[in-house]
Design a protein. Structure first.
Lengths: 134, 247
C-alpha cells in the first residue's frame, strides 16, 4: 500500500459510502483531485459491508447518518471482522455532538470530519491518517 | 320524614340514625342514610351531566372545524410534497453545478499542461540561450497556447455562468420552505388550542424541549449550534476534542 518513499499509494482501492449521491460525487471528485484513481461507491452501510467483505479495499470514507446501517455501525462491523479490521476509516458527517465524536473515536475511527468541510481539511486528514499508519 | 336537602347531614339526622340502629331498625337506618346522601348524589350527577355536555360540544366543534380536517387531509400531504420538491431541486442544482465543475477541471488542466510544455523553451529565450529553430518552434507553441486559452476561456466563462444560474434553487426552495413553516405554525396553534380546550396547560416550558434523537444519538445537521453546549461548532473543535482525549 505504501511506496518506497513512505507516501501513500494513490492507486489504493477506496470505498465512499453516503446515502446522498451528491455527497458521494463531491467526495469522489475531491479524492480524484488528490490523485486517487480507484474509487467505488455504496449508498448505505448495509450495501458497503458486503462489498468490503468481497473486495480487498484499502480505505473507507463514510457518512454516519444512513437509513439501513449507520456509519458508526459499519465502522464497528469493520473493526470486528478479522479480515477488515486493518482498513482505515474516515467519517465525514453532519453529526456534531461531542458524545458522538467520542463514540466514533472509541470505536476505532481514524479521522472525523464535520460537514460542511473544505477540500483542504480532507487533504490534511488523509495525510494525517496515512502518516500515522506509515 | 323530612330531611335536610342541603346535602349536609344534621345533628338531628345523626341522632335519629343512632336511635334506629340502637333499636335494631336497620332498614330505616339505611333509608335515612340514602335520603341524606341523595342531594349529594344528585348534585354529582348534575355536574357530570354538565361536563358530558361540554365535552360533547367541544368534540362537535372540532368536527365542524374544517380547518383541522384540511390540515390533516390536504395541507400536511402538500407539505410533504413541498419538502420532497426541495430535495429534488437541491439535488438538481448540486448535479448541475458539479457537471459544470467537472467540465472545467480538464480545461484548466490542459492549459496548465500547455504552459508547462512551452516553459522550457521560453526560459531559454529569457536567458538569451535560444537558437533560431528553437525560437520558431517556440513561436508556434505559443501561438497554439494563445488560441487554446482564448477558446477555453470562453468555454469556462459559459460554464461559470451555468454554475451561477444553478444557484437559483435557493430562492425557489426558500419560498417553498417558508410555506411549510407557515403550515407548521398553524398545526402548532391548533394543537395548543386543543390542549387548552381540554384544560391542559399549554405553557411552553422555559427550557426548549430537546430535539428528537435516533439510534446512536443521531440527530442530523445542527441548526442552532450557538445555543447548545453539547455540540462542536467546526472542524477545529472536533480536532481539539479528539486530541484532548488522546486520539
Amino acid at each position: 500500500m505504501f511506496s518506497l518513499e513512505g507516501a501513500l499509494d494513490k492507486n489504493m482501492k477506496v470505498l465512499v459510502v453516503d446515502d446522498f449521491s451528491t455527497m458521494r460525487r463531491i467526495v469522489k471528485n475531491l479524492l480524484r483531485d488528490l490523485g486517487f484513481t480507484n474509487i467505488s461507491e455504496a449508498d448505505d452501510g448495509s450495501t458497503a459491508l458486503p462489498m468490503l467483505k468481497e473486495g480487498s479495499f484499502d480505505f473507507v470514507v463514510t457518512d454516519w447518518n444512513m437509513p439501513g446501517m449507520q456509519g458508526i455501525d459499519l465502522l464497528k462491523a469493520i473493526r470486528a471482522d478479522a479480515n477488515l479490521s486493518h482498513i482505515p476509516v474516515l467519517l465525514i458527517t453532519a453529526e456534531a455532538k461531542k458524545e458522538q465524536i467520542v463514540m466514533a473515536a472509541q470505536a476505532g475511527v481514524n479521522g472525523y470530519i464535520v460537514k460542511p468541510f473544505t477540500a483542504a481539511t480532507l487533504n490534511a486528514k488523509l495525510d494525517k491518517i496515512f502518516e500515522r499508519l506509515g | 320524614m323530612s330531611v335536610d336537602t342541603g346535602g349536609h347531614v344534621s345533628l338531628e339526622e345523626a341522632k335519629l340514625l343512632v336511635e334506629y340502629l340502637e333499636t335494631g331498625q336497620q332498614e330505616k337506618a339505611d333509608e335515612l342514610i340514602a335520603e341524606i346522601q341523595n342531594p349529594i348524589n344528585s348534585e354529582l350527577f348534575a355536574e357530570i351531566g354538565k361536563l358530558t355536555r361540554q365535552l360533547h360540544d367541544s368534540l362537535n366543534n372540532f368536527q365542524l372545524d374544517s380547518r383541522l380536517n384540511d390540515l390533516a387531509t390536504a395541507d400536511i400531504p402538500d407539505a410533504k410534497e413541498r419538502l420532497n420538491y426541495v430535495i429534488t431541486r437541491t439535488e438538481e442544482a448540486a448535479n448541475k453545478t458539479m457537471d459544470a465543475v467537472e467540465s472545467i477541471f480538464p480545461v484548466v488542466d490542459t492549459i496548465q499542461k500547455q504552459i508547462k510544455a512551452v516553459n522550457p523553451l521560453w526560459q531559454k529565450l529569457m536567458h538569451n540561450k535560444l537558437d533560431l529553430p528553437e525560437f520558431k518552434s517556440l513561436c508556434i507553441d505559443i501561438d497554439i497556447l494563445l488560441k487554446t486559452t482564448d477558446k477555453e476561456s470562453v468555454r469556462m466563462h459559459d460554464l461559470m455562468t451555468d454554475v451561477l444560474m444553478a444557484q437559483d434553487f435557493q430562492d425557489l426552495t426558500g419560498q417553498v420552505i417558508r410555506k411549510v413553516i407557515d403550515l407548521v405554525r398553524e398545526v402548532e396553534d391548533s394543537l395548543i388550542g386543543m390542549l387548552t380546550a381540554f384544560g391542559i396547560s399549554s405553557e411552553s416550558s422555559s427550557k426548549p424541549s430537546k430535539p428528537k434523537v435516533g439510534d446512536n444519538l443521531v440527530e442530523g445537521p445542527i441548526v442552532n449550534a450557538a445555543q447548545r453546549d453539547d455540540v462542536v461548532a467546526d472542524q477545529d473543535d472536533v480536532d481539539d476534542l479528539l486530541s484532548s482525549l488522546g486520539f
